[in-house]
Write a protein that binds this ligand. Structure first.
Ligand SMILES: C[S@@+](CC[C@H](N)C(=O)[O-])C[C@H]1O[C@@H](n2cnc3c(N)ncnc32)[C@H](O)[C@@H]1O
Length: 250
């Protein structure tokens, strides 16, 4: 399997990853997804770049059948450490996923395998693989960092206007309190790019929301939120649940 620059970071952080404030909103995020997409227990969900499995665990506890994949063995071990009926995990690189027509829903949240790439266009490969994993009528929920927000508010970071990658020197901590300075690369997007990428993968856009970690909400895209949350569907047959009506232009 191809190595990825995030793997040593995950190994260093281990369980301390779940101390970061951006991981604290899992219940709100899952509540929003269930309500907005009218999900029903028993649905099969693929969690791409699942990390230590916080969304997978929460969804499995509520009766969903979730398979989480992540490139980091450290995070997969942490996810497997919680024995929750309906949740399974596997180390896999999202760029090489082979799932076909298997899932009612694919989620890719908090830069899970999307936006942590090293080369241009790898994110679109991941979107294509996620589209293939969906059964006809299934849906994709994908969060992406906002280019607008980063340019407006991330004063200490360096935004590469050519690639859309935000470069940040930041400190990460492990469970013993030791810290390490690392280069964090985050691929950033606009709603327009996300629409084009999804359509290229054969998906149709249902809605794009402006959200923040722990504050998922039905808000039109703006430049004031850190992330965009895309809801798209595989159009071949009818959708899993009622569609969220498109409030913005596409
Ligand atoms: C910021 S974490 C988000 C984890 C989780 N989705 C969450 O919300 O906490 C990004 C995750 O994506 C994983 N990842 C990055 N590139 C990946 C790839 N190509 N395939 C699978 N996982 C990947 C990383 O190992 C990491 O666990």
């Amino acid at each position: 399997m191809t190595d990825h620059w995030f793997e040593p970071l995950a190994e260093f952080m281990g369980p301390a990853y779940l101390r970061y404030s951006f991981t604290k909103g899992t219940t709100q995020e899952v509540d929003f997804l269930i309500e907005t997409l009218s999900l029903t227990p028993g649905m099969r969900i693929l969690d791409v770049g699942c990390g230590p499995g916080r969304h997978s665990h929460e969804l499995a506890r509520r009766g969903y059948v979730v398979h989480g994949i992540d490139i980091s063995q450290t995070f997969i071990d942490l996810a497997n450490a919680e024995d929750i009926n309906g949740a399974s995990f596997e180390r896999l690189d999202a760029r090489f996923m082979q799932f076909m027509n298997e899932f009612d829903l694919v989620i890719c949240l908090c830069q899970g395998a999307f936006g942590l790439m090293t080369a241009q266009d790898e994110d679109s490969v991941v979107v294509q693989k996620m589209a293939s994993a969906l059964r006809p009528g299934g849906r994709l929920v994908l969060s992406a960092f906002s280019s607008y927000f980063v340019v407006k508010y991330f004063e200490t970071a360096v935004f590469d206007a050519d690639t859309g990658i935000n470069h940040e020197r930041t400190e990460i901590r492990n469970s013993t309190g030791s810290s390490e300075e690392v280069d964090l690369w985050t691929g950033c997007y606009t709603p327009r790019e996300l629409r084009m990428m999804c359509r290229q993968a054969g998906l149709e856009i249902e809605q794009i929301f402006s959200v923040d970690p722990g504050s998922y909400r039905s808000e039109k895209p703006s430049i004031e939120s850190s992330e965009f949350l895309v809801v798209a569907f595989s159009p071949l047959t009818k959708s899993v649940g009622p569609r969220v009506s498109e409030a913005t232009d596409t």
